[in-house]
Write a protein of this length. Structure first.
Lengths: 524, 191
């Protein structure tokens, strides 16, 4: 039995997971249209490489990664691109972004796939490039391009952690994936381990998912022949406590190591991937299939909560209808109830980060009780998994003292919402932290632009100065030349110069004579 | 008596040497306060303060020639920061100054005659083009100073406010209803 560690705080919200694990994962029927956003990942928006009216095949590239942190986007099925324009997407801002709309032709015809027979014969850089072009991003929620996470530089990675904790209430997509596709998860994990050259792999799964744990264990035993010897794969049941599935907290529980503030887990020799990401890595390398679909939990105020394997770009409205939303539904949440956000509209498409859609109702999520002033009871401090002082951060954020908020490690906040959950005054604490974080980021961005402008202005001034100088030097040189010419004129001529001048005069007189005679000749 | 004088002279000599050394070793070029003020100014180089650029305005503030409320692009927050740095009271903007949302210059390429006057006016070299060739603004480098608008002989430059997009979107300050003690009493909004 592996020794486990604890992280500070944590809460036990009602899990509400049983509703959606009754049935197996269902494949969704082809939707009427697919709206594929070109910005589904952290980093730069992919560049569209198809145009409206073009016919595309399933798996064909429609968005080229643009910039270092970026990922590819593909057509989830065959059909024709009807538009590439700004559409409302699943984002808390409720603002539109560039999307490709695809009308399926129903044939579901694949583009040519290039599976890799033996990934061990390829270099890590080649495999990373393949993952980048297959659009593989973290499926845990942040959608960070996976190839970047595999670029660890010279840092030796000892432990690869597969995150199957799924601590947030209602969400069961990873649970069902581990139950049904454990073999693919294990093979994907081995590919990731190979690319990172890690010594061993730990699968962190909360102990409220016994089926998933045993499925993974069986899969590991079954795939011993393909695993490298002395590179151990181990499933670890971790205690169910929210937010145990957050990367830093999971690393702490499994290894006892703490990721330093502002640093990446790789700097302590650990890297963390979601189990669903491992599965898509396997599909991308072993089958040559880019990331076209994912498993999404439809739950909450619906007749039959269930997990679906849905194509990226499926309008969420069509998705929730499969589970029959109840008539008193008053909104939809993407993600879990702790960290998710309300969708701006139900027709927005699902993206690679969509792990769960919760139909909300007054009964399930009653409006929050009125907010009261902070009484500094420090209950938020007791539950904060990042060991912060949420009441102080709240104070600085609401009074816009951003410098002090940063000094109190605001950026170590993982926005898990445990503080808001226990706050007896019902203060929306996380909203304040998000506000403060985005203000600070915007300020840093402005500062960068200002520094750039200052530099350019200084260059501009230098250039003007230099041009002025060059002009005056040129003028001076001209004046000097004119003066020397004048001087030369006033000096007496040498005998040679006199002879030259006389020769010139003689030839001029000859030409004049010739001209005169030709004119007279013409007159005659 | 003599020994006391000698001791005092020796101490004076040593201290003098230390001060002399420090003056050379810790010598600062220019006024460091100017750089600190310049770091707060938004670097639009727009000249709305009456000085040819942000650095001259910073120099003038440092020497106490002008008040700190002459920079509309810096906004109220800029005034507050300057006040904090200089240890003075913040002064509100005059009634004639108005702060505008951040914007960039756009050249109407159909009207541009290629006179290069705007290129010469741009303080950050954010306009590219050549004589009798169409000019265009590098939006990422434009500070929105509006200095290119006046020289244009065909009025083909306009300012466009930077729209809110997903990439520059910010979480808003949380607004929620305050507790009403009794259902009948009025409940205002926080903030």
């Amino acid at each position: 039995m592996k020794k486990l560690y604890h992280f500070h705080g944590g809460i036990h919200p009602p899990s509400n997971k049983a509703q959606s694990t009754q049935l197996d994962i269902a494949r969704t029927p082809l939707p009427s249209k697919l709206i594929v956003p070109l910005h589904q990942h952290a980093g730069e928006t992919a560049k569209p490489v198809v145009h409206a009216g073009e016919h595309v095949l399933k798996g064909q590239l429609i968005g080229m990664p643009d910039g270092f942190v970026s990922s590819a986007v593909h057509a989830p099925t065959s059909g024709s691109i009807s538009a590439i324009d700004m559409q409302l997407i699943a984002h808390p801002s409720g603002l539109p972004n560039l999307c490709a709309t695809l009308i399926p032709d129903g044939k579901d015809e694949w583009v040519e796939r290039k599976p890799i027979a033996n990934y061990r014969s390829h270099s890590t850089a080649e495999l990373q490039q393949l993952l980048r072009m297959a659009g593989v991003v973290g499926l845990g929620g942040a959608a960070f391009p996976s190839d970047i996470k595999l670029r660890t530089g010279k840092q030796k990675i000892t432990t690869l952690i597969l995150n199957g904790a799924e601590c947030e209430p209602y969400i069961t997509c990873d649970d069902m994936l581990m139950r049904e596709r454990a073999a693919e998860v294990v093979q994907g994990a081995e590919m990731l381990r190979f690319m990172l050259d890690a010594d061993h792999v730990l699968y962190g799964v909360e102990d409220n998912k016994p089926e998933a744990i045993s499925a993974l264990q069986q899969a590991i035993t079954a795939s011993v022949p393909i695993l490298q010897q002395n590179k151990r794969h181990e499933v670890v049941a971790i205690p169910t406590i929210y937010p145990g599935g957050s990367a830093k907290q999971l690393i702490r529980v499994l290894t006892g190591l703490e990721v330093p503030s502002g640093k990446l887990p790789t700097e302590i020799g650990v890297q963390c991937f979601n189990v669903a990401t491992a599965c898509s890595v396997y599909r991308a390398l072993a089958h040559g299939e880019p990331l076209l679909s994912r498993i999404v939990t439809i739950t909450g105020n619906v007749r039959q909560a269930r997990n679906y394997e849905a194509l990226i770009g499926t309008p969420i409205g069509e998705l929730v209808e499969l589970s029959c939303t109840l008539p008193d539904t008053n909104g939809y949440i993407m993600g879990g109830p702790m960290m998710g956000f309300s969708l701006p509209a139900v027709h927005v498409p699902m993206v690679k980060a969509t792990n769960c859609i919760i139909a909300a109702s007054e009964h399930l999520f009653p409006p929050p009780p009125p907010v009261m002033p902070c009484i500094r009871c420090t209950r938020c401090v007791e539950v904060c998994p990042a060991d912060l002082q949420p009441q102080d951060l709240y104070w600085f954020a609401q009074s816009r003292e951003f410098g002090r908020a940063q000094a109190f490690s605001l950026f170590d906040c993982i926005e898990c919402g445990a503080c808001s959950y226990v706050c007896p005054s019902h203060i929306p604490l996380v909203q304040f932290y998000r506000f403060a974080k985005s203000e600070i980021r915007a300020r840093e961005h402005d500062k960068q632009l200002a520094d750039q402008a200052r530099e350019r202005h200084e260059y501009h001034e230098q250039r003007i100065e230099r041009e002025k100088q060059e002009k005056s030097e040129k003028l001076k040189a001209k004046e000097k030349a004119a003066q020397t010419a004048k001087l030369a004129c006033s000096q007496p001529l040498t005998s040679q110069q006199q002879a030259e001048q006389a020769g010139l005069e003689a030839s001029r007189a000859h030409i004049r004579e010739l001209a005169q005679s030709s004119v007279e000749h013409a007159k005659d | 008596m003599l020994s006391a004088l000698l001791v005092m002279a020796a101490i004076a000599g040593v201290l003098g040497a230390v001060l002399g050394f420090a003056a050379i070793k810790f010598h600062t070029e220019g006024n460091p306060l100017v750089d600190k003020i310049d770091a707060i100014l938004p670097q639009t180089q727009c000249g709305q303060c009456g000085f040819p650029g942000c650095k001259p305005y910073a120099t003038a503030i440092a020497s106490g020639e002008v008040t700190i409320n002459k920079c509309p692009p810096g906004g109220e927050e800029g005034i507050q920061k300057l006040a904090d740095l200089l240890g003075v009271d913040p002064i509100p903007f005059g009634s004639d100054t108005q702060t505008k949302p951040k914007s960039v210059a756009i050249i109407d390429e159909n009207t541009c005659i290629g006179c290069t006057l705007c290129i010469q006016a741009c303080p950050v070299d954010a306009i590219v083009g050549a004589a009798k060739q169409m000019h265009t603004v590098i939006a990422a480098e434009c500070t929105g100073c509006e200095l290119c608008i006046a020289p244009c002989p065909v009025d083909c430059i306009s300012m466009e406010v930077i729209e809110e997009k997903i990439t520059n979107w910010k979480w808003k300050y949380p607004v929620y209803a305050l507790t009403s003690i009794e259902p009948a009493s009025t409940a205002g909004a926080a903030q």
